[in-house]
Ligand binder design. Structure first.
Ligand SMILES: [Fe+2]
Length: 324
């Protein structure tokens, strides 16, 4: 069971709850989305002034985006707009929040966890760690970084890119008076949090400041409008391909069929092979370049699979083998 469709959701008026978990005491949280099977979730967290915790790591990949305030992490100060991708098992330095801060905190593989440690887990994929200010230290690119492209008037900054699944985390804006008159859907789940500003969608209406959605694959969204501009954090769980059309009555099953028809026309040999009988690769076919990709946490997560050799649903094993 993946995360359910939540759209639109505006978190600003929802109350925070006390975060009574080791490593998070002294903070409060709101759940924006949750996979009830794995515990993977996106939270808005309020760190109260005086929050402190020792150096440590999580068993899940974690993404952290500072919405306001400042967080001291080791020798760094993460101010407004700071983004970090922290792979499972990578330790962060001691954290302190002198005056309070709010952040989006995403645990992509499993429930929030914290283990005190001053070193990395031996299997941590530390090369995927990234920490920088998304407002100041990354350039805007055009919306057509993803092609087929959204209409002119969207800018994108890539914050994180998973080389195996092509999942991306990004900052995006819609310019004032942005309009796009077609309908889109994707093969990936798509997530967004509006840091500032409102946009409008034909199916779901206005998404204001504090607006959020977790949208499973193949759900129609658009046409779009944005009167005064907006800026948001977006994320996908795999490759973002824009399928466009103009049929407001299309449902997800029809959209899936249409996506498969694209594959049939454009990659016919692959379609024929994948659709034919006689394969037995429940964890994915062999890949001579990435021999251990079956055991990558993100890939397993997308297919609801336990690691190879582990009975499904019985154990969470750490990731192993570098993906580069
Ligand atoms: Fe989309």
């Amino acid at each position: 069971m993946a995360r359910p469709h939540i759209e639109p959701y505006v978190e600003l008026d929802a109350p925070f709850k006390k975060f009574d978990l080791n490593g998070f005491k002294g903070s409060h949280y709101k759940v924006l989305s949750l996979d009830t099977d794995t515990g993977a979730c996106t939270l808005k967290v309020r760190f109260d002034g005086g929050f402190k915790r020792k150096a440590g790591m999580s068993y899940s990949d974690m993404e952290f985006f500072v919405l306001n305030g400042g967080v001291k992490v080791g020798n760094e100060v993460w101010g407004e707009g700071h983004y970090a991708f922290v792979p499972a098992g990578q330790h962060l330095g001691a954290m302190s929040v002198p005056k309070g801060a709010e952040a989006l905190v995403m645990f992509n593989d499993s429930e929030p966890s914290f283990v005190e440690s001053d070193r990395n887990h031996q299997l941590a994929l530390t090369e995927s760690f990234n920490s920088f200010n998304a407002y100041n230290d990354a350039p805007w690119g055009p919306g057509n970084l993803v092609s087929p492209s959204v209409a002119t008037g969207v800018g994108i900054k890539i914050l994180h890119y998973d080389v195996l699944t092509q999942a991306i985390t990004f900052l995006y804006y819609m310019s004032p008076e942005f309009q796009q008159n077609n309908i889109s859907y994707h093969d990936c789940a798509e997530e967004s949090y509006h840091i500032w500003g409102a946009s409008w969608m034909m199916q779901f209406g206005d998404l204001p400041t504090g607006g959020y959605f977790w949208r499973p694959p193949y759900i129609d969204h658009g046409a779009f409008k944005c009167k005064l501009g907006c800026i948001a954090v977006g994320r996908t769980d795999s490759k973002l391909h824009n399928y466009f059309h103009f049929n407001p009555w299309a449902n997800p099953d029809e959209n899936k069929m249409r996506a498969a028809a694209h594959l049939y026309r454009q990659r016919p040999q692959l379609y024929e092979w994948a659709a034919s009988d006689g394969h037995n690769h429940p964890h994915g076919p062999p890949d001579f370049e990435h021999q251990h990709y079956h055991d990558d946490a993100q890939v397993r997560h997308l297919h609801n699979h336990a690691p190879v050799g582990v009975k499904e649903g019985t154990q969470k094993a750490p990731k192993k083998k570098s993906r580069r």
